[in-house]
Structures are given as C-alpha cells and as structure tokens.
Design a protein around this ligand. Structure first.
Ligand code: ATP
Ligand code: MG
Ligand code: MG
Ligand code: MG
Length: 486
C-alpha cells in the first residue's frame, strides 16, 4: 500500500463506522494561550471536550498536521537521531463526543489494524493504565478486560501515568489511555528478547503506533482534575509510523513519505544516504543531517503556510530556530555552501497536493520566505562556526561559557539550542544559566537605552560608531542607528 492508500483506508474505515471526515486544523494555534502549535488531533476539539462548544457530529475522523517542538510534547532533540519522532507529523484520529466509549474504540482499532491493514497480531502489544494513587486514579481494568477478547494476556501491558495518562498540556482535557505498539524486529531477535520488555523503552523497532485516549477529566491551573461533563474518545495514530510498519520498513524515512526528499538531498549533496548507519559510523552524521532536513522542511513549510512567519520571538522564533538548525546541517554536514534547504519546498508541496492544499497553493510564497531566511543565516553561519571552534580551543572544561553562547546568539544568530546541539556533537555542554544571565543583562541595557532616548530623538551622526550586534538583532540595530541620541 502507498502512503496515500493507507491514509484513505483509515478515513474510509471510520466513515464505514458512522464518522464524518473533518479537515485538519492549522498547525498554528491562534486563540489558546496554553498552546503555541497543534500537538495532537484533539486540540481543535478542546472546547467540545470541556463542554463549552457543541459537537457538529457525534463521531468524526481526520488527519491532523501536528508539530511537537515546544511545551509538554517536545520531540525536537529526537528528530534525525531516531527514525520515528518527527517535528511535523500527521496524526490520524477518530473521535467520539459523548457517543461511543472504550468498547467500540478498542474493537475498531483492532479491526482496522488486523483485518483491514492485516498487521500480524503476534507483533502487536497493547497497554492500559495501571492507576495512580497520588492522583486518586484507579487501574483501568475495563480496558484490560476489553483487550482480553482479542489479545493474548502476555501482550497486554500495564503502563504508568507518563505513558498511559494522556494530557494535552499543563492544563486541559485529559484521561487514561491505551496504546498500541508494533514490534518489527526480525524473528531471531524476537526469539531472544521478549517484545513486551521493549514496549515504551525507546527501542526503535518496538514503537508506539496508536493511542486511544479516554477523555474524562479537565486538568485545571492548580493541578487538580475535574470530571468532564461527558466521556469522550480521542485517538491518535502516527501516520508516518503506520506507513512504516505497513511497508515493512525499519525507519519512517525509508517510506514513500520521506524518500522523495531524502533521495533529492542525497543526489544534490553527492552523498549516499545510509539508512542503517549507526552512531560512530563514518556516514552517521550525513544520515542524521539528511533526516533532519527531510523532517524540518515539513515543520517550517507547513507552519509558514498556516500563517506563522519566522520571527525573532515567540512562535516565529521557534520556526526560525528549526530552520537554522536545518541550515547548519545542510551547510556544515552536507556541504551546501549556497542556499539549498528552500529547494525542498516544491517537492513537499507536490507530495501534499490534495491532502493539505494550504501548502501547494502557497508554495511559491513559502519557498521565498525560506530562501530569504536561509540566505540571511548563511551570511553569519560560517563566521559563527569559526567562532564556535575558537571557543572549543580556548575553553578547557568541555563547557561553552554563557558569555560565548550569548555572543554566538547575538552576533551570529545561533539560537541557544543550536549551540547546545553543536556542543553535544563534540561531547561538550553549554552554561545555559550564564547564557540567560547575559541575555537578561542585554535586555536591561537596551531597555535603559530606550528609556533615555524617548524624550529627544535625534538621528545618529555618520561618524558615531555603532556596534553590529548580529543578524538576529538587525531590527534592534536599525532602531538604535536611527534613534540613538547624539
Ligand atoms: P512516543 O511515546 O513515541 O513519543 P507519544 O506517546 O508521545 O509517542 P501520543 O501523544 O500518544 O504519542 O500521540 C499519538 C500518536 O502519535 C503516537 O502513538 C505516535 O504514533 C504518534 N506520534 C507521537 N509523537 C510523534 C512524533 N514526534 N513523530 C511522529 N509520530 C508521533
Ligand atoms: Mg512522545
Ligand atoms: Mg508514548
Ligand atoms: Mg502515547
């Protein structure tokens, strides 16, 4: 099955179970102070769960574009290093708004996976919530009993609050959940180590594919849980992971979701993509870099298409950081000295034509924005890398000092997490507390400067020198140059 056939089969299946298909919400969340980006299919239904908005239909299904790069669900550091966490991914979902509950949700997920998709039953594991005394939550024996009709007891596993109690953010709708995991290891390995011991253990061949959440509570600001007015079902299945297991691959990047991008990057860089490379192998760094580019272009493009431009603060800065992270890999690891990342945008847009048309219809605009950002960062990137290397040479304790990290950010536009990533590659760490202090100091300084100036604005004289404080600060610099008092 191709990726698009797999997506269609999911939606068709839930239509056959009385669901209405709804469009994906945008990735950028505008009206919720608790959430920057859509991190799950349920986000757009939050008000329905809370009882604050009516449901348009009791059963709906869709594919939702999600982003997990900030807040409670942040997978950025995993991306490219592992083969199954992405920044942007599609979450296939079906929902019941006060309609069916555990019994149907469980039966249908099993039917879809084993009868429609024909996944082998003995490679599937399911989980249920073991309860949590501190929260006053009971063990979910109902879910256990329901699974027992279909699944051998050795494949039904208890899980703790971290894995089996799903929460959208610090506050909001939540509830116990039941995950479905797939073991794609070869038989020889499966005979040696029981798959049950590898569930939720960060093993990249025993991965979670689907989560059925039974929404029952609202977590409020003081941390307490309150019963929702009704019980709901909220499920989320990682589309790229599903495609991977159905196509018999061991990496999401080896499926037709990512291969067109990976192939293009490999071809243009003249480097081979080795999916099987392990840390320490010669081609490991290039493999990570190619995966990062193929992943990050999705996050950046969809976010821009949904109306969030890269910027120097808030959601826009998250996107700029992801973009710069990609450009650094592109430049330093893959050797693209000229803008390259932006060339991936049309490929991606083509791929999502008819799925998420928002990107296709704006592809020229999105590509232009990415090119501008990329070009701007490339102006300071090589000098920044040189500076970074100098810091490595002069520091003795394998720690990048706060001041140096600040300079990399302020003068060369290196977001702190990029400096941390580059440090990690060398086995170093970064003094982030020192960095924060330096940043704070600069903020205080610029606030003071603005305060003095407000009364009497004068254009600065040509011969008065103004220190260039880097690309990131161009707006501020322009402001200072224009208005600093003589
Ligand atoms: P994991 O434990 O693998 O990090 P999760 O428990 O955080 O996943 P959920 O919040 O339960 O994930 O989301 C529902 C489904 O979305 C998961 O079962 C998985 O298939 C998929 N998913 C979650 N995070 C990612 C990601 N970063 N990239 C791709 N798919 C993801
Ligand atoms: Mg996770
Ligand atoms: Mg999980
Ligand atoms: Mg989960």
């Amino acid at each position: 099955m191709t990726a698009s056939e797999i997506r269609k089969a999911f939606l068709d299946f839930f239509v056959s179970k009385g669901h209405i298909i709804v469009p994906s919400a945008p990735i950028v969340v505008k009206n919720d102070p608790t959430l920057m980006f859509t991190n799950a299919g349920m986000n757009q239904f939050k008000d329905i769960f809370l009882g604050e908005a009516p449901a348009k239909a009791p059963r709906v299904a869709d594919t939702q574009r999600c982003l997990r790069v900030s807040g409670k669900h942040n997978d950025l550091e995993e991306v490219g290093v592992d083969t199954y966490h992405h920044t942007m991914f599609e979450m296939l979902g079906n929902w019941s708004f006060g309609n069916y509950f555990k019994k149907d949700a469980i039966a249908w997920s099993w039917e879809l996976l084993t009868e429609v998709y024909k996944l082998p039953k003995d490679r599937l594991y399911v989980t249920y919530f073991e309860g949590d005394q501190k929260e006053g939550l009971e063990k979910d024996t109902e879910t256990y009993d329901l699974w027992k009709q279909f699944v051998d007891e050795s494949h039904i596993l208890a899980g703790n609050k971290k894995d089996n109690f799903w929460e959208m953010g610090e506050t909001g709708p939540c509830g116990s959940c039941s995950e479905i995991h797939f073991d794609s290891r070869p038989d020889s390995e499966r005979a040696e180590v029981d798959g049950a011991t590898l569930v939720n253990a960060d093993h990249d061949q025993v991965i979670e594919i689907w989560n059925n959440v039974f929404m029952q509570f609202n977590r409020v600001k003081d941390g307490s849980l309150h019963q929702l007015p009704a019980k709901h079902v909220d499920t989320g299945m990682g589309f790229e992971r599903l495609v991977r297991v159905l196509q018999g691959k061991t990496s999401n990047y080896d499926t037709d979701v990512f291969l067109p991008l990976i192939d293009f990057i490999a071809q243009k860089s003249g480097k081979k993509y080795n999916s099987a490379a392990k840390p320490g192998d010669e081609d490991w760094a290039a493999a990570v870099a190619m995966r990062v580019l193929a992943d990050h272009v999705r996050a950046v493009s969809f976010t821009i298409a949904d109306g969030q431009l890269p910027a120097s603060n808030k959601a826009g800065y998250v996107i700029r950081r992801i973009l710069r992270r990609a450009v650094r890999y592109s430049y330093q690891t893959l050797g693209f000295k000229e803008p390259f990342f932006y060339q991936l945008v049309p490929l991606l847009a083509e791929q999502f034509k008819g799925v998420f048309n928002e990107l296709y219809s704006q592809k020229d605009f999105v590509q232009k924005v990415v090119l501008e950002e990329e070009t701007a960062f490339l102006r300071t990137l090589s000098a920044g890398i040189q500076k970074f290397t100098e810091v490595l040479n002069v520091s003795a304790d394998n720690v990048i000092g706060g001041q140096a990290a600040f300079e990399l950010s302020d003068t060369f536009g290196f977001p702190i997490d990029l400096t941390e990533l580059m440090a990690r590659e060398k086995g170093w760490t970064v003094d982030t507390t020192g960095f924060e202090a330096a940043l704070q100091e600069q903020k205080t300084r610029s606030r003071a400067a603005t305060a003095i100036d407000t009364g009497d604005w004068v254009v600065i004289k040509d011969d008065e020198s103004v220190e260039f404080t880097g690309y990131d600060e161009t707006e501020t610099v322009a402001h200072i140059v224009k208005y600093r008092k003589v």
